[in-house]
Design a protein around this ligand. Sequence first.
Ligand code: AHM
Ligand code: MG
Length: 335
Amino acid sequence: MERHITLGEFIIQNQKDFPYAKGELSALLSSIRLAGKMVNQEINKAGLANIIGAAGVENVQGEAQQKLDVLANDMFISTLRKRGEICGLASEEMEEHIVFNDEIHSNARYVVLIDPLDGSSNIDVNVSVGTIFSIFRRVSEPGTPVTLEDFLQPGHKQVAAGYLVYGTSTMLVYTTGNGVHGFTYDPGIGSFFLSHPNMRVKENGKIYSINEGNYVHMPEGVKKYIKWCQELDPATNRPLTSRYIGSLVADFHRNLLKGGIYIYPKGTKAPKGKLRLLYECNPMAFLIEQAGGKASDGHTRIMDILPTELHERVPFFCGSSEMVDQAEAFLREYQ
Ligand code: AHM
Ligand code: MG
């Protein structure tokens, strides 16, 4: 029988590749894996909760969904707090970062930023959602309380990043700067197995993913790029295919596997875009670059942006390198 490598085994085997390896990052990734399994179990039950709550449809659905956001957030925080690898955590669900302020945690060297349940408005229609995470080494001295500056680091300083996608299968995809590796969850056994080693994105894909309903609000360069995607030109494989789930993790995952570009531009409704730099764009940028692709705000590499706020938003162009180059060229020409 073919030997299956579990995520746990893979993390241990590759520990030697981590900078400053002392086993803490491995342990941290294992904690994220555990929290992911717990969230996965809750999400799988979400449909049942909706059926039970069908009597008071609107109220209960709205509440249930909000509960899952909070539940996922609580599960990640409590799982990570129970171990000693991080000194603090920031989340989409919380205004300020959390300081883990006891002796064990304040000596820890890592901080985590998470979007515990991205795309959660998709839960009540049974569409994939995900968890996104980003890990930095702190810049402040171990032994002191974590500071905001520990979280406001440019993406190129990330030591690891990844996501869980709760889809037809649940998968965990991550990088520590040594390629991108994907693991599929076997719920019967309760383990993630290596299913997608060394994931690479095509240099040029056929899919463009953008919420075209926002067309009138978009910058001229993005409008022109969309029209270019739709034109007939067999030499450049056009028209392209439009695919948009509305769940960043699921859209990103599909484009990573098939080749494509994901765009969330700025617009008159969202002057800085919608997606958050620190726990949505940076981790995806790290992954896509490690897979051979590109991520930018239309002009600047995402991982070179110096953050100034925890929840700062940024326009996002991410995917196959030639497609991101092409979109950037339109922005340069038309602004
Ligand atoms: P959320 O973090 O509140 O769930 O919002 C982020 C989500 C992404 O998953 C998705 O790509 C995007 O919002 C979709 O936005 P829109 O509905 O404007 O197209
Ligand atoms: Mg989100």
